[in-house]
Write a protein that binds this ligand. Structure first.
Ligand code: SF4
Length: 286
């Protein structure tokens, strides 16, 4: 097992996420470009040109390269589980120099920046255990402008799902152009305060345009897309038909006295990439 080769794989994973926007997001932006007019159309055109340039030049698509966030799914029979965190941390340090990434981690009290995108709890790694011998790592760099528009609502259960929908629409209208729309909105309903936000972020891993498998939830997602887009906030908040590219909902059971709703917003730079590490140390980035 060559640690260095896998750390280089993590660098390739981060580079892919930062420079090559997934086709589902690009296609949704192209669709938006067709329906928009005037300044909104120009904004989407600029975004699409920027995406193309980033891919061709291998440079990050946005100056804010985000907080390095990962979703790791470990096959229980993978033989090097104890090494995964080290690979990711070292990969982030290398990627900071090689991609390069903006040094984006500061101590909340001192403002001190390590300069390599690591720090306490960062990179932020979400762990999950499954059957099998492979490890799947999703890189999900998260920009500050869109993350700042996240919201937690501890709603009164009596407001019901109609109250949840109103809360999401109102918050997205309040966010306006701040999260660099058109955005993708992840909504976590239920669980507790922390779980609803976690579900909201996890919901963003679902490709744009894919509806929830539960038909009732899928219909609510569609309704929210329409209602938010009717606001007219538009691309980059300058007016237009496309404020969101998609809304994804995930749910958990809740306490009878609580109705937590976690909203996590992702900007047009909806960056994601996936890597598989096999038990023999070979890897591929998709
Ligand atoms: S919100 Fe997204 S597009 Fe806007 S500056 Fe941050 S990372 Fe870039």
């Amino acid at each position: 097992m060559e640690n260095e080769s896998i750390e280089d794989g993590i660098v390739a994973l981060i580079k892919k996420a930062e420079t090559d926007l997934s086709s589902d997001v690009v296609n949704a932006l192209k669709k938006a470009h067709k329906v928009e007019q005037g300044i909104a159309k120009t904004q989407i055109e600029t975004i699409l040109k920027n995406i193309d340039l980033a891919r061709k030049s291998g440079r990050p698509m946005c100056q804010d390269t985000g907080i390095q966030t990962f979703f790791v799914s470990i096959g229980i029979d993978f033989p090097y589980i104890d090494k995964i965190k080290e690979w990711i941390v070292n990969g982030v340090k290398k990627a900071t120099k090689e991609v390069p990434l903006r040094p984006n981690t500061v101590d909340p009290f001192l403002g001190k920046n390590h300069g390599d995108n690591t720090g306490e709890q960062i990179p932020y790694i979400n762990w999950d255990i499954n059957d099998g011998t492979d490890v799947k790592i999703i890189s999900f760099p998260k920009g500050g402008g869109s993350e700042n528009m996240s919201k937690l609502g501890m709603l009164k259960p009596g407001v019901g799902i109609e109250g949840v929908k109103d809360f999401v629409v109102e918050e997205m209208i309040k966010a306006g152009g701040n999260p660099c729309p058109p955005t993708v909105v992840g909504v976590g309903i239920g669980g507790g305060a922390d779980l609803s936000l976690k579900l909201g972020k996890k919901a963003l891993l679902r490709p744009v345009g894919i509806r929830h498998k539960d038909k009732t939830i899928a219909a609510i997602e569609k309704e929210l897309i329409e209602r938010i887009n009717k606001s007219g906030i538009g691309p980059m908040g300058l007016g237009g038909k496309t404020t969101v590219l998609d809304v994804h909902i995930e749910k958990a059971h809740r306490h009878p006295a609580s109705l937590p709703v976690g909203i996590v917003v992702q900007c047009w730079a909806d960056r994601r990439a996936e890597m598989i590490i096999h038990s023999d140390g070979t890897w591929e980035v998709k």
